[in-house]
Design a protein around this ligand. Sequence first.
Ligand SMILES: [Ca+2]
Length: 371
Amino acid sequence: MLIKLFQKISHAQALSIVLMILVAITSAHFLFTGSRVSNASTAIASKYLGVYYDLELTKRVYSIEWGALIPDEHREIEVYVQNEGAEPLCPSLATDNWTPADAPSYLRFSWSSDKTWIKPGEVTTVTQSLHVSSGIKKVLNFSFDILFQARNYLIMEDFVSLFAENPKAKMIYPSLNSPKPLNCSAAMVSDWTASAFIFTKLSNATEGLDIEANFVDPTTGKVHGDIGTGIVTFGGPIVNPVVKYAESVSTIESDQAPIRFHDQDGIYSFQQRNGSDIPGTSLPTTVINSNQDMFVIEIYRDTAGRYIMLCYGFGWKGTYAAGKYFDTLIYPDLNSHTESWIVVKWDDTNGDGFVNTSKDGDTYTVISKGN
Ligand SMILES: [Ca+2]
């Protein structure tokens, strides 16, 4: 019918009819929504990140045009982010400078990335999403900055992607045997018991002992596994050669763990990788394995690109407490754990001689954390 109508009128008349229809549709749209939102974001990329509109990496992104938005609309814009640095990076996006200041109460920005980590030169697709609240009433303009940031260290929040869902995850147990690699002592069954708190969260892990040459090099204490392997192990440097290697001052720095065990004449403490003391972490051996202990949980990436998670206390109770602490207080709230390492003191507050969770009466005090 429309074609027949057009045949009976001039070209100019047809054009004006089309315009009238368009205006009618647009007006109806405005009437229906009651408001119209349009604007853009300034894109600010940190050093070592290149942000592009195209996969060929020819058009750099300086701003994101959100265009016209209506209430309850969800808009997604994809960009390509390249690692222009020399080491793997984990991208993360943040927002800043919202105008008006209360805009985040009706505009929700979120983002996702195809890859958690991008190798040097590699590209990941980042999807930016903006959702407009259905309750927005007034016509307004907005603007905000999008900060493309990156970090080169791991944080607890990465646990799911780097360990729990990693098809190349390994759980290495310090064996009860002796002799062992690096002259480590025989471990205790409690180190294994503590491991269960994490092992149950790993969907694809293989298990092995520190005396198995395909898990740990018997001469160096270095773990085996190609890039991307996620390794979890419990027990400290006295019983665990993986930890002993990671804490040795003779180990190359890029293979060293962030935190180090220190024994000063029977006073145990934790130090940073650079040898500086961490205040508040000293405990005499007389209270360890009795009613107090101190433990560390830490994750880092080694030179070969393996992800490593170490958990241990000064004594066996501290190691067990580390497992319970991760299970009950870190894992359920991973998103708020942006630290690479955490040192916690355990107290047997309910005096039963056993390691209980905080709900069951014992006390856990965060002494220090960082990345
Ligand atoms: Ca207790």
